[in-house]
Design a protein around this ligand. Structure first.
Ligand SMILES: [Zn+2]
Length: 245
């Protein structure tokens, strides 16, 4: 981000002709008088000078606005209701549009009246009516797909958010020029020095009407294969404990 800021400063400065000169700290108090030339406490100044407390800076989107939009969002209202009352075992056909939320149901919470998705970060779920505006805010500065996703994933979520970000950047000529997609680099796993230092595990199948849990020791390449009826967490842990223990 710093490099982008420097680039923007450089662009602003291109409009001027200037010479950069070195001046000692003591000789450029003019540039930074408030911190470099303090005069000490001045009662008259404090008493007489008009002062303004900045209580609230203008923010284009805040919790209150999101709350208001969320209240008018028919989908989010149903989601919030399920979060508060508990989700059913299965979604009924009339709730089919809630599927993406249902799939995240264990990570959904409500904080300060706002529906949130709890991941590594607590992400506010953005009502559909605000997604466009938020997308434009995220895009301000033309960070490119990766940076926009990083910013978004720390704060917000909506269904198809990642897809919308990609679409916005791929339609933006500036993003394409400034942030071309980095070349993908494939790297091998690092070498291991002893057995069981690293184990690769995956489920395969169905093959021969079964699922198969495959564990391969990276050092010896020795495979452990366990026949499974299901691949639930409980069964997988059990198979790893007994089958490979
Ligand atoms: Zn852009």
């Amino acid at each position: 981000m710093t490099s982008h800021r420097l680039q923007r400063w450089a662009i602003i400065l291109m409009a001027y002709q200037y010479v950069v000169k070195y001046r000692k700290t003591t000789e450029h108090g003019n540039a930074d008088a408030l911190s470099r030339l303090p005069l000490g406490y001045d009662k008259n100044f404090d008493d007489e000078e008009a002062r303004y407390n900045v209580r609230e800076l203008y923010t284009p989107i805040n919790a209150e606005i999101i709350c208001r939009h969320a209240e008018n969002d028919k989908v989010l209202k149903r989601v919030c209701s399920y979060v508060q009352r508990g989700w059913p075992e299965k979604l009924s056909p009339q709730d089919a549009d809630l599927r993406p939320f249902f799939n995240h149901r264990f990570a959904l919470t409500i904080k300060s009246n706002l529906p949130c998705l709890q991941t590594e970060y607590n992400r506010v779920i953005i009502p559909a009516s605000l997604c466009g505006q938020i997308l434009r805010l995220l895009h301000d500065g033309h960070w490119g797909v990766t940076k926009m996703k990083q910013l978004a994933r720390r704060n917000i979520w909506w269904v198809n958010m990642d897809k919308d970000i990609v679409e916005m950047c791929s339609n933006c000529d500036i993003c394409k020029v400034v942030n071309p997609a980095p070349a993908r680099q494939y790297e091998s796993w690092p070498d291991t020095n002893r057995p069981w230092e690293r184990v690769h595990i995956d489920s395969a199948g169905p093959v021969f009407n079964s699922m198969w849990l495959i564990c391969v020791d990276a050092f010896s390449q020795f495979p452990f294969i366990v026949q499974m009826t299901t691949t639930t967490t409980v069964h997988t842990i059990s198979a790893l404990s007994c089958g490979c223990g």
